[in-house]
Ligand binder design. Structure first.
Ligand code: FAD
Ligand code: SF4
Length: 470
């Protein structure tokens, strides 16, 4: 029987965690959201309707047991909530911070229809952060160790998801990464104001305690031969991401003052973390008029990094309208609060300037018919050219697959777009065309999300266990 208690959502509205003041945020790189207090997490969790058909679970790519852990938080049972949330997700504290919840779990919440969705992401983050602070660690006491060995290439979310499944089932993974820290784009792409770097440091310590070995600063194909790994290990998982930078193909892209988005962000992270090899790599946009081109998460991160570096102005130009922007709505709102100006329906046609950037020539667009993916195509409005003044331009058009030169030699086939063929519904999930090699994350699906990479890594881990007969 329903009781007054089941209608908490009427008396208690959706309340996101407190955000730091926008002017303060614009001067520092730290995370912008304060953590929930226990009472806030409990009352927000209690808003869950337990609607019987949890659309949120279906929409969440890892199919988290959301209503169940919300219930445990309502009861103050954080350790059990952490156990449960780790059954489906290897990095819940990360996904809680960076998932675009508005188009995943929270977008599907029944209360999203007028009352305000349950703050699922913030509660997910709260559970793991609180449990770790209480000393909770994944329970490995029941694990029976096998003699199987698996190499994982890439310590991004896909590689970590795979390693997590393997180690919990008694297979010790050895994870290789060319970077000096784990996390892939979580550490070297996504800025600290979305994901504090200590989050991955803590996760690395937890994974190491569980039995995962990391061999960092090792580039496979350069510092160690892939064939050696193939010989020495019973199976190999590839979670190497996508890193081929997409250009606009218009004049002026080579002018001094034009920056590639990921290079710009990585240099900033290296500068902040002290990993910088050459100080000349760091790009400061302090005092400059900056134009960022693009409308996804990467563009949003560049906008907000430039603001924090002290740019005079930051303008983000995107060729579709706001409705059709691929970036998370929450991050667009945060960028706007911090002072980023958005120009929608502007398509760049050239970067202009004499010997250095002086502006970006754009044309106006209007939204036309949907393309093959159902997204409306931008159509150019004739005679609508204008120049946006700029001292610096950051190009954030996304990434294409970047297959390694040795894939062909070891029999790894690619699709027509260069993505590794590793079907979810194959004999073993995410097995490539070489039966000993599995793959997942951005290199299989193209640039996507942290949570989808975690999902594919975990599924591939299950596939490897079946393949090895564990
Ligand atoms: P990656 O994270 O790219 O990890 C691949 C790893 O493989 C890297 O560490 C790399 O060093 C290593 N590697 C590659 N080749 C070798 C080799 N030969 N030898 C050794 N190591 C190798 N997603 C979200 O959900 N929310 C966000 O807010 C968000 N923001 C983003 C912001 C930016 C700037 C970018 C670029 C992406 C963002 N994404 C976001 C997307 C998300 O980060 C990726 O989809 C996700 O990280 C992909 O995971 P992955 O494990 O497949 O690859
Ligand atoms: Fe939502 Fe992402 Fe957490 Fe799933 S993993 S519940 S989509 S925040």
């Amino acid at each position: 029987r329903l009781t007054r208690n089941d209608f908490q959502f009427i008396d208690v509205g959706r309340q996101d965690p407190q955000k730091k003041d926008a002017r303060k945020r614009a001067r520092e790189f730290g995370e912008i959201y304060e953590p929930y207090k226990p009472q806030e997490a409990a009352s927000q969790s209690h808003r869950c309707l337990h609607c019987g058909n949890p659309y949120c679970e279906w929409k969440c790519p890892v199919h988290n047991y959301i209503p169940n852990w919300l219930q445990l938080v309502t009861e103050g049972n954080i350790l059990e909530a952490a156990e449960l949330s780790h059954k489906t997700n290897s990095l819940p504290e990360v996904c809680g911070r960076v998932c675009p919840q508005d188009r995943l779990c929270e977008g599907a919440c029944t209360l999203n229809d007028g009352f305000g969705a349950v703050t699922i992401g913030s509660v997910e983050k709260y559970i793991t952060d609180t449990a770790f602070a209480m000393g909770w660690r994944p329970d490995m006491s029941q694990v029976t160790w096998t003699d199987k060995k698996v190499a994982v290439i890439g310590a991004g979310p896909a590689g970590l998801g795979c390693a997590d499944i393997l180690v919990r089932n008694g297979v010790r993974p050895v994870v290789y990464d060319k970077y000096p820290e784990i996390g892939g784009l979580l550490t070297f792409g996504i800025p600290e104001f979305k994901l504090d770097k200590t989050v991955m440091e803590r996760r690395r310590a937890v994974f190491e305690e569980m039995g995962i070995e990391f061999r960092l600063n090792v580039e496979v194909g350069k510092d160690i031969d892939f064939d050696t790994l193939l010989e020495e290990y019973d199976a190999v998982f590839l979670g190497m991401g996508t890193y081929k930078y997409m250009t606009g193909g218009f004049p002026g892209e080579d002018l001094p003052g034009v920056h590639k988005a990921l290079d710009y962000l990585i240099a900033n992270v290296n500068h902040c973390l002290g990993f910088e090899k050459d100080p000349a790599d760091y790009v400061s946009l302090e005092g400059q008029k900056v134009v960022v081109l693009g409308g996804g998460d990467t563009a949003m991160d560049c906008n907000r990094t430039a603001i924090r570096q002290g740019a005079a102005t930051v303008t983000c130009a995107y060729r579709r309208d706001e409705e059709n922007m691929p970036g998370s709505k929450r991050e667009v709102a945060n960028a706007r609060e911090e002072g980023v100006e958005f120009l929608f329906n502007r398509q760049p046609v050239a970067v202009v300037g004499e010997g250095k950037v002086e502006g970006v020539k754009v044309v106006r667009t209007r939204m036309g018919e949907p393309d093959e993916n159902g997204r409306q195509r931008p159509e150019v409005v004739p005679g609508s050219e204008e120049i946006l003044p700029a001292d610096a331009v950051v190009i954030a058009f996304g990434f294409q697959p970047s297959p390694a030169s040795w894939f062909d030699r070891v029999g790894i086939e690619l699709d027509e777009r260069g993505r590794v063929l590793a079907p979810e519904k194959g004999t073993y999930p995410f097995q490539t065309t070489n039966e000993k090699i599995f793959a997942g994350g951005d290199m299989v699906r193209g640039s996507d999300l942290v949570v989808t990479a975690v999902f594919e890594g975990r599924e591939a881990g299950e596939g490897i266990l079946d393949y090895l007969g564990v």
